[in-house]
Write a protein that binds this ligand. Structure first.
Ligand SMILES: NC(=O)c1ccc[n+]([C@@H]2O[C@H](COP(=O)([O-])OP(=O)(O)OC[C@H]3O[C@@H](n4cnc5c(N)ncnc54)[C@H](O)[C@@H]3O)[C@@H](O)[C@H]2O)c1
Length: 254
């Protein structure tokens, strides 16, 4: 019989950069043991956010002041749930240490040349990426993404549906870095095809909706997602956090 003592068992540590809506949901999933992990390391550039998150969960957690301190604690995986800037600033120091990083702010990866198998991009607020990436192996001719959110998500108060952007996923990710991660994620999958994006501020809807139409060599696809926005951040859908939790759980499997 093989007996593994605590000292021999590999300690699983998860680092969270950004203790807002997604970071909190990830930490809570760990507290609830949905993800197998022994310790959390929390960082937010607004330190109160990290200390408040630590205080709100019943789970071993260390709050650090910066990325270097986090790296010294040797996390197994780091979840970026902060901003595109955070990705640009931290991705290289993390991957060069051989640590997996789950990137939520996927717009930061557009046009960048980060080559590392340690970079993990979850499906975020959409899905069906397996089918789309299968089609991309042959030829995708058209990809249209229509995203509708309540004006609250854009800090607008239009009373009628309003088209606020139409164009490429690359430009959309730059102009709307906090609302267009779906467009970025999709654009990695459909390469070399391009994603045409329409972004609509619509007061008649309560949910964040993403409609994806794909035309490819052997057929068409229509995928629709209608996600409840998070009460504290109407731009973010709970599905985005759960996609990170699922990916984290896979990465931490024994
Ligand atoms: N991939 C997707 O489908 C998807 C979906 C929703 C949100 N997102 C993205 O995920 C990220 C997090 O979303 P959220 O809803 O949790 O946002 P949030 O605003 O609720 O939380 C972000 C937290 O990160 C902290 N932060 C920001 N920049 C930082 C930095 N440089 N270093 C350390 N901490 C920093 C903020 O203080 C804040 O506490 C955003 O960039 C958002 O656009 C992606």
């Amino acid at each position: 019989m093989l007996v593994i003592t605590m000292s021999e068992k590999k300690i699983k540590k998860v680092g969270i950069i950004g203790c807002g809506v997604i970071g909190t949901l990830v930490a809570q999933s760990i507290e609830k043991k949905i993800v197998s992990c022994d310790e959390l390391v929390l960082y937010d550039h607004i330190q109160n956010k990290a200390t408040e998150l630590k205080a709100s969960i019943h789970f071993p957690a260390t709050v650090v002041q910066n990325l270097d301190e986090m790296l010294k604690l040797k996390p197994t995986v780091i979840v970026e749930a902060a901003s595109q800037k955070a990705v640009r600033d931290y991705i290289k120091p993390i991957t060069s240490k051989g640590i997996n990083i789950i990137v939520m702010s996927s717009g930061a990866l557009i046009g960048a040349n980060y080559e590392s198998e340690k970079i993990q991009v979850p499906s975020g607020a959409i899905g069906g990426l397996d089918a789309i990436s299968s089609a991309a192996l042959t030829k995708i001719t058209k990809v249209h993404l229509t995203t509708k959110k309540n004006p609250r998500a854009f800090e607008m108060d239009n009373k009628q549906p309003k088209l606020i952007y139409e164009g490429s996923s690359e430009e959309a990710a730059k102009l709307y870095p906090r609302s267009m991660n779906v467009a970025s994620t999709l654009s990695f999958i459909v390469k070399p095809a391009k994603v045409q994006v329409r972004l609509i501020s619509d007061p008649t809807i309560k949910r964040n909706t993403h409609e994806i139409k794909v035309k490819w060599q052997f057929g068409e696809m229509l995928l629709c997602f209608s996600n409840d926005p998070h009460p504290q951040n109407p731009r973010t859908s709970a599905l985005a956090a759960w996609s990170a939790i699922k990916l984290l759980s896979n990465l931490l499997k024994d």
